[in-house]
Design a protein around this ligand. Structure first.
Ligand code: ADP
Ligand code: MG
Length: 629
């Protein structure tokens, strides 16, 4: 083995550069972070050839003295911390003192700077890590960094650079992230001679979002604020209709630093539960502020990952704030509506309990076997979607559509079996419809086999029959899957066997003990999973689909959430969509009444699980106004 040698500073910096500046966008991010740390109000960035040929970053921050310049490009030289304890309470974006050293080691670099109280500026050039002389330079107060020919002396890294277009795109994204993290600072990005964006200083976050993402996203912005235990959250989520197939529209900031964090992402996703198809990702702009002592930002050289001391608190705050903001926002209906959620709840109370069990049966899922339910619970009808409250009937008065089945296999179509142990508790005829819908509902008409027009005392209401029913089904299934109890446990004499590939089996193996805790006993045998015992409530679950979904959840690595519940919810989603009445389906008057009753009985039924609105309301006052009466 050759003799051990200490690497020269130049080589050490070149190696370190690989981690800190793996591509032009990363170098730009580091430089802008320095500008922000220097208190800049205006930051200007100019790039050519995707940053390869030239990157120029100028700011009007505090600037540096001539004697600071050689230190700025020296590794482990920083003005931001002195002792290791300072790291615990770090408020600046930088602190490692290696960005400029790394960049200067792998480019033709120069830094020119002038403090506001100095009469002139000075400039230092560095080529391939070798320092030149410091020369005076006439300039405004602030700092100007010029990076030419990045990786000119490290051909190995140069090879890894992508096309000009994709490096430019990465730069845009990096600058945008910083700009959304600091709406108070002006940012101007010029790429290949064109202005990509030019955000003014002291801009409102929503205005910045509008100018970048357009009016549709801006209109869908839902503001949110929340705080708990030294942690605060502010920002916007975007209406589910703007959700994306990837998580690219999620901007998360912690004390002004753009971060990537699985806890926050998972909490955001859970906050959107029931408002969004599981395959979509909500857009969001979240600013978290936390006591720096509660978080470790020194996890990764690029500082985009953090470690929270109390990640549970973070998770809960984000999830609950998002959920609350979303529910509030989507409850406010699109046109002018005096009938807000509060009024609606009043109406429901006044209307009294529902008694139309058989029709209700047609609209709500009954995959739950109710044998073990105490009759006394059937009497309690205060919670409209609890599966326990859905008495099945022995002889349907209206033909039943297939009940939703968790999973995507075709729903079971044979008539439901009579069950003598429960049939006595259940009314067999449609009861008088007088209490079905609130008293303020005057008339119900189906329009084009798709919409339900409701005349009320306050105005008119138009319901989307599919969206409404889908949401009601989903709400009910969600409730079932959350608890998984209410039917006891079923032991299987012959285990159900579901074959899987080796890789997925390995992923699933880890989760089997957790499933056992929830009443699902499953074992791996050969190349399949054998289900030996499960909660009664899952009697009709398609296990193949369930385990596929579970494996997908686990592969995506949802953190801090319950993958079992996630998988079941994803299936509930699909089932609800499949089982709900469709547009184009003719409905009888009792069915229409039942849907209207469902609508009024829950304030949550404002948007279908895909985020489309369920109802449109128009008050008489608004109608009169429109006709200029
Ligand atoms: P760090 O940001 O971790 O301290 P850097 O290598 O990024 O390390 O920067 C080294 C030092 O150079 C900083 O601590 C700061 O004092 C100074 N510096 C860098 N950029 C600027 C700037 N734009 N304005 C003022 N000072 C700067
Ligand atoms: Mg820095």
């Amino acid at each position: 083995m050759p003799k051990i040698q200490v690497l020269s500073e130049v080589i050490a910096n070149q190696i370190a550069a690989g981690e800190v500046v793996e591509r032009p966008a990363a170098a730009i991010k580091e430089c802008i972070e320095n500008s922000l740390d220097a208190g800049a109000v205006h930051v200007r960035i100019r790039v050519e050839e995707g940053g390869r040929r030239l990157m120029e970053i100028s700011d009007d921050g505090c600037g540096m003295d001539a004697e600071d310049l050689p230190l700025a490009v020296q590794r482990h030289a920083t003005s931001k911390l002195q002792a290791i304890e300072d790291l615990d309470a770090i408020r600046t974006l930088g602190f490692r003192g290696e960005a400029l050293a790394s960049i200067a080691a792998v480019s033709e670099f120069s830094v020119a700077s002038r403090r506001a109280d100095a009469s002139t500026g000075s400039c230092l050039s560095v080529t391939g890590g070798v320092l030149g002389r410091i020369v005076p330079q006439a300039m405004n107060a602030g700092t100007l960094l010029t990076i030419r020919n990045l990786f000119c002396n490290v051909p190995a890294r140069l090879k890894f650079l992508k096309s000009v277009r994709s490096e430019s795109a990465a730069i845009q994204e990096a600058v945008l992230r910083l700009a959304l993290g600091h709406p108070e600072v002006a940012f101007r990005l010029e790429s290949e001679g064109e202005t990509v964006f030019d955000f003014p200083a002291r801009q409102d976050l929503s205005a910045r979002i509008r100018s970048r993402f357009g009016a549709e996203v801006a209109q869908g912005l839902i503001p949110l604020v929340g705080s708990s235990e030294g942690l605060s959250l502010e920002g916007f989520i975007v209406h589910p209709s703007q959700a994306k197939p990837s998580s690219r529209g999620q901007y998360i900031f912690l004390n002004g630093r753009a971060i990537e964090d699985r806890t926050v992402v998972a909490a955001l996703r859970e906050g959107f539960q029931g408002f969004l198809e599981p395959r979509l990702h909500p857009m969001a702009f979240l600013h978290l502020d936390i006591d720096p002592r509660q978080v470790d930002v020194n996890v990764h050289p690029a500082k985009t990952e953090v470690r929270f001391r109390a990640s549970d608190t973070v998770f809960r705050l984000v999830q609950q704030t998002v959920k609350a903001a979303l529910s509030r926002a989507v409850t406010i209906a699109p046109a002018d509506m005096p009938m807000d959620a509060v009024v609606r709840r009043e109406i429901v109370k006044a209307a009294g309990p529902a008694t139309s069990a058989p029709i209700q049966e047609r609209f709500l899922p009954h995959q739950v076997e109710v044998q073990s339910q105490a009759p006394s619970r059937v009497e309690d009808r205060s919670a409209p979607y609890s599966p326990a409250l859905l008495p099945p009937m022995s002889r349907p008065a209206v033909p039943l559509p297939p009940a939703p089945v968790l999973g995507v296999l075709p729903a079971v179509t044979e008539p439901r079996q009579e069950n003598s142990s429960i049939s006595t508790n259940v009314p067999t005829t449609i009861s008088s419809a007088s209490t079905e819908v609130p008293a303020n509902v005057k008339r119900i008409v189906q329009l084009r086999k798709s919409w339900i027009l409701v005349e009320c005392d306050e105005g008119i209401l138009i319901l989307d029959q599919h969206a409404l029913h889908e949401k009601a089904l989903y709400a009910s299934l969600e409730e079932n899957t959350r608890t998984l109890d209410g039917g006891g446990i079923q032991n299987l004499l012959i285990p159900i066997s579901v074959p899987f590939g080796a890789q997925r089996l390995e992923i699933l193996r880890e989760v089997l003990p957790a499933l056992l805790g929830r009443g699902i006993k499953a074992e791996i045998s050969g190349n399949s999973i054998q289900i030996c015992r499960h909660p009664q409530i899952l009697a009709r679950l398609d296990w193949q689909v369930f385990f596929e979904e579970l494996a997908t959840q686990l592969e995506q690595g949802h953190h801090n959430t319950d993958p079992l519940a996630q998988a079941l919810l994803a299936l509930s989603h699909r089932s609800a969509c499949k089982a709900a009445v469709k547009a184009g389906q003719e409905l009888s008057q009792p069915e229409l009444r039942e849907l209207v009753r469902l609508y009024f009985s829950s304030p949550d039924l404002t948007h279908c699980p895909h985020g489309r609105p369920v109802a449109m309301r128009l008050s008489w006052t608004e109608l009169e106004r429109r006709f200029q009466r």
